[in-house]
Ligand binder design. Structure first.
Ligand SMILES: [Mn+2]
Length: 303
């Protein structure tokens, strides 16, 4: 059996990158031929230094016959386009909404658990298969970075005990510097500000709920306080390019432990006010805790 490990079509974030790299290593340890295929552009959460940790991926599969392992996505519409849903062998994700669909299709090969990072699930498989002592430093680093990035340094409410344990267990295999978290988030921020439109485009998704839809962009920053006022025009340009006036940008401001939301749509302001505690001053909304896209999406789906 040959395996292709892949994720979503649109973009590749650090959790996809780490999960795919580490799962590929785990299959190699088990002697299973595999390749990583990441069609989506690497977004700002995968700065250049991270690329040094894993380069062995393609944008199209080169195997002829293969089965597919999906990481960090579970909404069928978002899965990489080359994938025939019927050839999916196994799936790992941490999003609400399609658990029953996949459990019915894949049974025990469906691993959809509400942990902070998909990469946590991959580390747990190293342990289950008895390969935890064989993890490479690069993959241990990648999983650790993905956990910190996805849980916003364990501050986000998506953080679980499993993420904390995984991070602690991996610490004996990593060689991350004392300042790596700050360095990592600084690298991410500078790549965001080098081209903010591209950074937003690389983290924007349509959320369908019932008969409705909104387009949600997301930026995760150490300090996002002044971004909307400084970049309002760029934000509007890029969000308008998704051809739906019901858009909003969520800026997670990690050090302030809050989000800023920017939207021009009265409908979006109404909907957001219904699902989360938020105060709008004209087009800018504020919260008093951190909200990730997957949490907001879940609230929308439950509306
Ligand atoms: Mn993820």
């Amino acid at each position: 059996m040959k395996i292709v490990i892949t994720a979503g079509e649109a973009f590749t974030d650090i959790d996809v990158f780490a999960s795919a790299a580490a799962y590929s290593e785990l299959l190699n340890l088990k002697g299973i031929e595999n390749q990583v295929v990441l069609p989506g552009i690497l977004n700002a959460s995968v700065p250049k230094k991270i690329l040094e940790l894993f380069q062995n991926f393609k944008t199209n599969p080169t195997f002829e016959d293969f089965e597919v392992v999906i990481v960090d996505v579970s909404e069928p519409a978002f899965v990489a386009k080359f994938v025939d849903i019927e050839n999916i062998y196994e799936i790992y994700d941490h999003r609400y909404g399609f658990e029953d669909f996949w459990r019915e299709k894949l049974g025990e090969k469906s691993h959809i658990d509400m942990v902070g990072a998909c990469a946590t699930l991959i580390w747990e498989k190293y342990k289950e298969y008895g390969y935890s002592e064989s993890i490479s430093q690069a993959c241990a680093n990648l999983i650790s970075i993905a956990i910190v990035s996805n849980t916003l340094d364990f501050k986000s409410s998506v953080t679980t005990q499993r993420d904390i344990i995984a991070f602690e267990e991996l610490s004996k295999f990593t060689n991350l510097s004392d300042t790596w978290k700050k360095d990592y988030f600084n690298d991410v921020e500078s790549s965001i500000f080098q081209d903010i439109k591209n950074a937003i485009a690389g983290d924007t998704k349509k959320i369908n709920f019932g008969d409705n839809a909104v387009v949600m962009g997301q930026l995760e920053l150490w300090n996002g306080g002044s971004v909307i006022s400084e970049y309002a025009k760029d934000i509007e340009d890029i969000m308008n390019s998704f051809d739906d006036e019901n858009w909003f940008l969520s800026i997670v401001s990690i050090s302030e432990n809050k989000n800023y939301f920017y939207t021009k749509s009265v409908y979006v302001k109404d909907i957001l006010s219904k699902i989360i505690p938020i105060n709008f001053k004209e087009d800018i909304g504020f919260t008093d805790k951190l909200w990730l896209r997957k949490e907001i999406r879940k609230k929308l789906l439950l509306l």
